[in-house]
Design a protein around this ligand. Structure first.
Ligand SMILES: [Zn+2]
Length: 173
């Protein structure tokens, strides 16, 4: 396997600050205590623990990215539900790719913010490949296409956004 340094990007602190008050659908954010834990937190890229204060907000990842890059995604812009900590938090503890233990889709976007395709990433059957390696391979394949600027990793069943990976982060070592 080639060594790659793909970085899963959590929602950035400035966006989190806004989302903790008003979400990307314009709704006021309500916080609650998570009774069971297990919610995939997009601020810390880990699952919540029982008793943590969290919020479920609508988030527009492509719109937020486009605001930074000047892209015009047009109709490709969309928003969906994500869990975040209710209060300011420390962000991810490590650099390992998170949420790799289930089937995911890797959706590819151009620099203009248009969808170029998607790929289903399976948890591997082969004993010689770990989940992380399967993800690294899917990301490598996506960025092999020079037109791909950004990918979203999403849950398969609900289509929920989990995190983004940008091309520039692979090249910046
Ligand atoms: Zn957090």
């Amino acid at each position: 396997m080639p060594t790659t340094t793909y970085t899963a990007r959590p929602i950035d602190p400035r966006a989190l600050k806004e989302l903790r008050t008003t979400d990307d659908a314009g709704r006021p954010t309500t916080h609650f205590t998570d009774p069971e834990g297990g919610a995939p937190l997009r601020c810390c890229l880990r699952r919540s623990e029982p008793g943590e204060r969290i919020a479920l907000v609508s988030y527009a990842p492509l719109r937020r990215w486009a605001a930074e890059t000047g892209a015009a995604p047009g109709a490709y812009d969309e928003q969906g539900p994500v869990f975040i900590h209710a209060e300011e938090c420390g962000g991810p503890a490590g650099t390992a790719l998170p949420f790799t233990n289930a089937h995911r889709t890797v959706r590819r976007y151009s620099a203009e913010g248009h969808i170029l395709g998607g790929e289903l990433v399976w948890t591997p059957d082969a004993v010689d490949q770990t989940c992380t390696e399967a993800f690294e391979q899917a990301l490598a394949e996506a960025f092999d296409d020079p037109a791909v600027a950004l990918v979203h990793v999403r849950a398969v069943e609900y289509g929920c956004f989990l995190y983004e990976v940008r091309r520039d982060q692979r090249d910046a070592r």
